[in-house]
Design a protein around this ligand. Sequence first.
Ligand SMILES: Cc1cc2nc3c(=O)[nH]c(=O)nc-3n(C[C@H](O)[C@H](O)[C@H](O)COP(=O)(O)OP(=O)(O)OC[C@H]3O[C@@H](n4cnc5c(N)ncnc54)[C@H](O)[C@@H]3O)c2cc1C
Length: 463
Amino acid sequence: MLAEAPIANFKTSLRGQVIEPQDQGYEEARALYNGMIDKRPRVIARCVDVADVINAVNFGRDNNLLIAIRGGGHNGPGLGSCDDGLVIDLSEIKGVRVDPASRTVRAGPGCTQGDVDHACHAFGLAVPAGIVSTTGLAGLTLGGGTGYLTRKHGLTIDNLVEADVVLAEGRFVTASSTQNEDLFWALRGGGGNFGVVTSFLFKAHPVSMIYGGPMFWELKDAKRVMEWYRDFLPKAPLDWGVFVGIKTMPSTDPFPKEHWGKKIVALIGCYNGSSADGEKAFAPVRKELPPAIVDWVGPMPFPALQSLFDPLMPKGMQWYWKGAYVKELTDKAIDMHLEWIGKAPSELSLMHLYPIDGAVHRVGKDETPWNCRDGTWSMVIAAIDPDPAKAAHLKRWGRAYWEAVNPFTMGGGYVNFMMGDEGDARISATYGGNFERLTTVKRKYDPNNLFRVNQNIRPTKGP
Ligand SMILES: Cc1cc2nc3c(=O)[nH]c(=O)nc-3n(C[C@H](O)[C@H](O)[C@H](O)COP(=O)(O)OP(=O)(O)OC[C@H]3O[C@@H](n4cnc5c(N)ncnc54)[C@H](O)[C@@H]3O)c2cc1C
């Protein structure tokens, strides 16, 4: 039980808002992106600056509160919140400063993907990160970060230059390749285990108008498209980030009505370059595959591509995620995927394979904790529907599909595509040879596992 006096003191000392269950706005403040997760924190501290974050960490620790750190609140299992504890909500610490001369970008931990894309676009730059504009930058970065620019420029963590961090003891440090190097190493894939990141500094790359968008084919062509994509990817220019997905044609405009509700295969890509070069890159798709039923690939500003699918994915739907890394997409695996997408529990449910080849492979396995530097794709199976009554069905399908294709995957998976029921063995398998070193860094920076609402790396056999 939290006594009245400490919370009253906390309220007066925090510059941001302190929100409790009886307060107006509590329901909105606690709501997460994934409507399947319903957590009721005891206190939500909406920090507005680093001083607030230090104050909140000290308050949580001194009052023995479970602490969750919230960036964008997009995490699948809702690890940006907790029951009965303290949520350190960073959503108001936004602000993006682009330095065009050094091509670096400093971003606050409350930024969404869209905030960063918008700020960078004015300078003809972009930070390699995710593909949906509403996703929180902080959680995405700390887990790894994959998107359209990954093949050419690496994961988001491969572009992280520096991070400011408030540690469990309330101390503020900066981590980079020259300061607190062990912490800097651990932050690049180790998630929110080591402290609260209050600022990120990234490398950015020239990206402005791109040539990209979605192409869809009927299910009868799915095997052909997936095999073609598998064989073509190693030859595809790295400026072309393209993923394959199997899903259902959304029954809504502007999708062609005659195909609403039918299963489809999609190639969704982004060529970072001129329209002429983009057309050349996409030419084999248009020449060698059957005609697509949707071909909306063309020139557009990069932020437009990044927000293309936002309307289909509003906050509050039911989501159940399973992920894995894939090295080879065998014919047998393709058959298995097609069998399972045929049983999809809802129109929005999907399977995507995001490429993690190219620049990702140029980083050594132990240079960051994210050690799948020899995979070809990061796979996600997502069961999605607006109806809470379907939750159990979504979970069943997601789990069963994942189990069926598990023999065709590499073991472990991307922490940002996991739910909360994965188990310690899967977390350690994910980090492989880097797991021991992560526990050593955890012991140094968070020996009491204060930050444990995450895909947890325990300092010992701890709580
Ligand atoms: C629609 C959708 C699209 C997505 N697309 C992509 C994609 O293209 N590429 C990709 O890589 N991932 C993608 N993801 C997955 C995404 O990376 C994770 O959901 C990620 O956790 C989101 O980060 P967040 O800040 O919104 O999460 P939150 O729920 O706020 O936090 C998630 C975790 O990060 C930790 N955390 C957050 N902020 C901080 C901080 N400042 N300091 C320390 N720890 C912190 C928290 O402790 C928590 O464990 C997508 C997710 C969704 C829902």
